[in-house]
Ligand binder design. Structure first.
Ligand code: AHR
Length: 649
């Protein structure tokens, strides 16, 4: 980040202007409330190839040949004029009852100089990085005339450059797993590469599973992509809400997120259709979500399936719902049970003996969509069962503060309610000053479990959003800023908030929704202006809310303080296309250090970031000198500014 210095020197003219300028006053004499320590978190689900082709680091697309029952999508034949290979899906020769398909590779003609085989195109390419070790795992068997060798390589799309290669032998007619390490040398990074499996003599081989991993975050097997994890850690998230969103519901009851099918070795996971139009491998399953939280030092906010699915089916409360309640209780036991419990022991066998920390369980997702109005009874059944077994857990209702009071759960008092706010920038600008002022402070706590500002004239679920860039521009980040300031001002009640969706694979066909916070392809990633706005808020928060008043200004903001250090964080959002000279006053302090700092995100409203231009809109940190308890600060046009002030009381 760039560092510059801003000098606040008042000329006579400026002093006259102080009296006339729009004013923003912070009362630091006593805190107006406590900031929730877990206010800033993340929300995630399988959408926009967030997991497969996203943070889940697997590089082979359709690794178990289950994506399409008719075609071996993402796989293609590799041969030349002197070799001949054929591939076909083979449901009659499957590795086990989970991986119910295999790929039969038959070579009629092949020789050392004329190998042939099959290639996988990855998730829009295989990322090739210099001096990098890739772990390949292949489950295969062969006909009795062939035992190897089999060559596996990462090669350029045109087949001319071999970036990394290895061989294995010893195939038999029985299924076996072969593991190899492939190492690249001093290559130029590229994603224009394929993964290729070739034989150099005739034979038939069946592939049950083909997996390839680059180095992962914390070196976890079956782990997560390092660059994306770094971007998340940089947001300092306190929780992770998973696995949805619509993904937890599924389109139908049968295609819900069924946690038991997502644990154990990857060859035990069949995967399932996700509601966003593609199949999930379930490679990123319950344990991986929990380890993801652990690796970010964030706490899980676990959403359980609650008997309502996206296409409208619901399960009646009572006996019909009971198996789903049990499924959730067992899931919770997997998360927090010790090893004397059945599911705690299973978690230990899966590699994680110590229980995870869990406090919040969300019951379903967006159940206001359920036209049968069955949520009150379904929530009650889940809530009672969870509280009976785990009284320490807090339950979250999915009918939140964005829905009319009458539509919410009444038979029980949820500990928290989850409201979703996808709103235009203009709506956020208008609603934020009064957001949550009217709410009953003795009611359930509020979770804003999904929110985002959109800068278009149509909402994210409108088909036209497909023609827009996947990630939002600075104007949207300004909308985010005013809403985040509003949530911060009300953080005595708004205990957690998370932007959604978090991720988008920007390749054609990768996206189902916009705007999204972080964009990527197979090899690189970037943060949108919304990413940086969130980062500016989440990393500069403290633990106390300070009251603010603003006069004659469209600038919105919030003030918070770190009670240990006395540092004040003043966040100001200027939605106007002109600079705003603000008369800022901090009351209730004896003095202010003359030196402070400012973090500024600003530019043209329509400026944005992309893979090619990832740093167009970035926060800049400057040192600010000659600060006093009352000072003039000029906010650039279209800006979010965090002023960090050292105060003495
Ligand atoms: O974030 C995209 C979708 O928006 C979520 O899956 C759903 O909960 C909401 O409607």
């Amino acid at each position: 980040m760039k560092r510059q210095t801003t000098l606040l020197i008042y000329t006579a003219a400026a002093l006259t202007a102080i009296a006339a300028s729009p004013a923003f006053t912070v009362d630091a004499s006593h805190p107006a409330g406590k900031i929730s320590p877990k206010l800033y978190g993340l929300m995630t689900e399988e959408i926009n190839h967030s997991y497969d082709g996203g943070i889940y680091a697997e590089l082979i697309q359709n690794r178990a040949f289950l994506d399409n029952a008719k075609n071996a999508v993402h796989w293609s034949v590799v041969n030349d004029n002197d070799s001949a290979a054929m591939i076909a899906l083979d449901p009659t020769n499957s590795f086990n009852d989970k991986l119910t398909m295999s790929l039969r590779l038959t070579l009629g003609r092949a020789a050392k100089k004329h190998p042939a085989g099959v290639a996988n195109s990855g998730y829009w390419g295989i990322p090739v990085l210099p001096k990098t070790q890739y772990r390949a795992a292949i489950i295969a068997r062969a006909d009795s005339n062939f035992s190897g060798p089999v060559t596996v390589s990462v090669v350029s799309e045109d087949g001319r450059i071999v970036f990394a290669t290895g061989k294995f032998s010893g195939l038999t007619t029985e299924w076996k797993e072969f593991k190899l390490t492939l190492k690249t040398g001093r290559v130029t990074p590229t994603a224009k590469a394929h993964f290729v499996i070739t034989l150099d003599r005739p034979g038939t081989v069946w592939l049950g599973l083909v997996s390839l991993f680059p180095p992962t975050w914390n070196d976890r097997p079956n782990g997560l992509r390092k660059d994306l994890m770094q971007m998340l850690v940089d947001l300092n998230p306190k929780f992770l809400r998973f696995p949805g969103g619509n993904y937890v519901e599924g389109d139908t009851v049968e295609t819900r997120f069924e946690w038991k099918k997502t644990i154990g070795p990857i060859e035990e996971r069949h995967g399932h259709p996700c509601p966003w139009g593609y199949c999930s491998t379930d490679g990123l399953g319950l344990l991986e979500f929990l380890e993801w939280c652990e690796d970010m030092k964030a706490e899980p906010v676990l959403a359980v399936y609650a008997g309502y699915s996206l296409k409208g089916a619901h399960v009646n409360s009572g006996a019909d719902l009971e198996p789903f309640v049990q499924e959730a209780l067992e899931e919770i036991e997997y998360v927090i049970g010790d090893t004397s419990t059945t599911r705690g022991a299973r978690r230990a066998r899966d590699g994680h003996p110590s229980p995870f920390k869990l406090r919040y369980v969300e019951i379903g997702n967006e159940d206001w969509f359920d036209k049968s109005k069955s949520y009150d009874a379904r929530f009650t059944q889940f809530h009672d069962a969870i509280k009976a077994k785990y009284p320490q857990l807090k339950t979250i209702s999915t009918i939140g503060d964005d829905q009319p009071e009458a539509a919410r759960v009444h038979s029980r008092k949820p500990d928290m309610i989850d409201g979703h706010y996808y709103r235009s920038v203009d709506t956020f600008l208008h609603m934020s000053p009064d957001y949550a002022k009217k709410y009953d402070r003795s009611g359930p706590e509020i979770f804003v479990g999904e929110w985002a500002a959109y800068e278009t004239s149509f909402p994210p679920w409108d088909g036209r959003s497909r023609n827009e860039p996947p990630t939002p521009n600075l104007k949207a980040a300004i909308g985010d800023g005013v809403f985040m300031a509003a949530m911060e001002r009300n953080s005595d009640l708004i205990k957690m908030q998370c932007y959604a969706p978090l991720f988008v694979n920007v390749n054609p066909g990768g996206r189902q929704w916009r705007p999204d916070m972080i964009g990527y392809d197979a090899i690189s990633a970037y943060g949108s202006p919304s990413y940086y706005a969130f980062q500016m808020f989440s990393r500069n928060v403290g633990d106390e809310i300070l009251s603010t008043t603003s006069v004659e200004t469209s600038v919105q903001g919030s003030a918070t303080r770190d009670s240990q250090t006395g540092e004040i964080f003043l966040k100001l959002v200027n939605p106007q296309a002109t600079a705003q000279m603000m008369n800022i006053e901090i009351t209730g302090v004896t003095s202010l250090d003359s030196k402070g700092s400012a973090i500024t995100l600003s530019g043209n409203a329509d400026q944005t970031n992309s893979l090619d231009h990832p740093r167009n809109v970035m926060p800049v940190t400057t040192t600010v000198r000659h600060m006093k308890r009352q000072f003039i600060y000029t906010l650039p046009p279209n800006s979010i500014v965090v002023l960090k002030l050292k105060a003495r009381s």
